[in-house]
Structure formats: C-alpha cells, structure tokens
Design a binder for this molecule. Structure first.
Ligand code: DGL
Length: 270
C-alpha cells in the first residue's frame, strides 16, 4: 500500500511531511519533476502533459491514489485529467479544496449554497499559471459570497527556492507582499497558494503583519487525506515502499530537500 505525492519540485515536501506525520503507517512515494520546474511559467498543455507523465510513473510504483501537491498542476491540469484520462481504478486529487473549505469554515463535502463567511478581503499568493487560471476564485465562489480576492503572481520565487537561494527568495517574498498590499491594504487572510511557499511562511507572515491569518495547505491536506482513506481504504495501492523520485539531479535535490525538511532525504532518479 502506497500513496503518491507529486510536485513540480521541492514544494510538495511540505505536504509530504504533514501527511506522513498524520498517517505514519502509510508508505508515500514522492515524485519531484525538478528538471521541469517551475511549472508556474508554463502553458496549460505543457503542465497537463508533464503532470500525466509523472502520475503514470507513480502508478507504476503501485500508487493507485496520487495527490497533486502542486497548485499549478491542480489548477491547470486536474480537471482535464479527471474528465478524460484517469482510469476508473485510479484516483488523482488536488490541493485547493481542503484549503478553501477551511477558510470558509465548511465541513468536507458540504454542498449547501454559498454563504457569507468571516473573511471579506483575501490575499492570494500563487504562481503565474495558478493566478491566470482563477481556479481559487472559482472554488471560493462555489462556497462563499462577498469575498474579495486580490491575487499576486509571485514570479521568480519558485526558481529561487529550487536553487536554494534563500536570500533572493526572502527579497522576492517581501516585494510581492508589498505589491499585494498596495492593491489591498488590509487583507484579513492570506492564502499561500503554492506548496513551495510554506518554506517561506515566516517571511510572508512577517511582511504581512501579525493581524493577517496566513493559510497554507500541508496540514489541511493531511486531514483531508486521512478522511478520504478512511472512506476509501481500497485506494491505498499495492506499493509497499516509501521513496523519493526526481527527474532532476538526485544529489542536488537530496541536499536541498534535507535542508528544507531538516532530516535526511535521499532522492533517486525517476
Ligand atoms: N509547488 C507548485 C505549486 O504549488 C509549483 C510551483 C512551480 O513549479 O511553479 O504551484
């Protein structure tokens, strides 16, 4: 039994960390498409083709259920995959919905009509492709009314994190937060809509100020996955081994992953 976790690069490790703490008995196979990151500057067809290839590789590892721990792939490819590509015995799930449900204080699967919620002004930080897709706004509109979302495409940030250049990453976070606050001076909440960004969560919080509630996905996805597996135990596939696969340079990717998660991580070539 194993579950696949996919990201364009290192960002999905923030999700992997939370899901493996929440479900210690489940083996997870991580796939980082580091040689093609960042996805956030690619067009939707490109993201779709790369994501399908990675998911197929995880199926080969015995992971019948794959979590796209990547907002860009969830925004640009997931619906198309679910509509026409995924075989009936496999599942691919994205990472937006648990976050939107937490922000709108809804229970899993609550299909009642949209209603007013506690927040009115929300800052969204995400990749250019995710911002362009408007997928967050769409999911939010299904559940909440009267919420004003101001989105900031954080160009360059994923590249800096993938390169381990944390000084550049911090400068980019501060300038993207400044740009957002010029458009929306008093957000009540901020969404880190890219799984790489929780690696910079303290800087986002510092730049936004203590009054802004910052939502990131890892723990919310972990809770949703635990709930999903309780309801669909057969979706834990046939794989038995945990592992880390990358399309990039395993030595470099392992070094950065170990630095981010503060525990030894060893990637092998996908
Ligand atoms: N971590 C990914 C996301 O959540 C992808 C970032 C990228 O490759 O641009 O959007």
């Amino acid at each position: 039994m194993a579950v696949g976790i996919f990201d364009s690069g290192l960002g999905g490790l923030t999700v992997l960390d939370a899901v493996s703490k929440g479900l210690p008995e489940v083996p997870f196979v991580y796939f980082g498409d580091n040689s093609h990151a960042p996805y956030g500057v690619r067009d939707a067809d490109d993201v779709y083709n790369l994501t399908c290839k990675a998911v197929e590789r995880l199926w080969d590892e015995g992971c019948d259920l794959v979590i796209l721990a990547c907002n860009t792939a969830s925004a640009a490819a997931l619906r198309r995959m679910q509509e026409s590509w995924i075989p009936t015995d496999k599942r691919v799930l994205g990472v937006f919905v648990p976050l939107i449900e937490a922000m709108t204080e809804r229970q899993w699967g609550d299909n009642s009509p949209p209603r007013e919620v506690a927040v009115e002004h929300v800052a969204l930080f995400a990749t250019p492709a995710t911002v362009r897709s408007r997928a967050f706004q769409r999911e939010l509109a299904f559940r909440a009314i009267g919420v004003d979302v101001e989105a900031q495409a954080c160009g360059g940030l994923v590249d800096a994190i993938e390169d381990g250049d944390m000084i550049l990453a911090e400068a980019l976070v501060r300038s993207h937060v400044d740009a957002l606050l010029r458009k929306m001076p008093d957000p009540e909440a901020a969404i880190l809509g890219c799984t790489h960004y929780p690696l910079m969560q303290d800087i986002f919080q510092d730049a936004l100020g203590a009054n802004v509630k910052v939502y990131s996905q890892a723990n919310l996805v972990a809770d949703s996955l635990a709930d999903y597996l309780k309801r669909h135990p057969a979706m834990i596939g046939t794989g038995t081994e945990s592992g880390f696969l990358t399309t990039g340079d395993p030595e470099k990717v392992s070094r950065h992953a170990t630095q981010f998660l503060r525990r030894k991580i060893s990637f092998t070539q996908a």
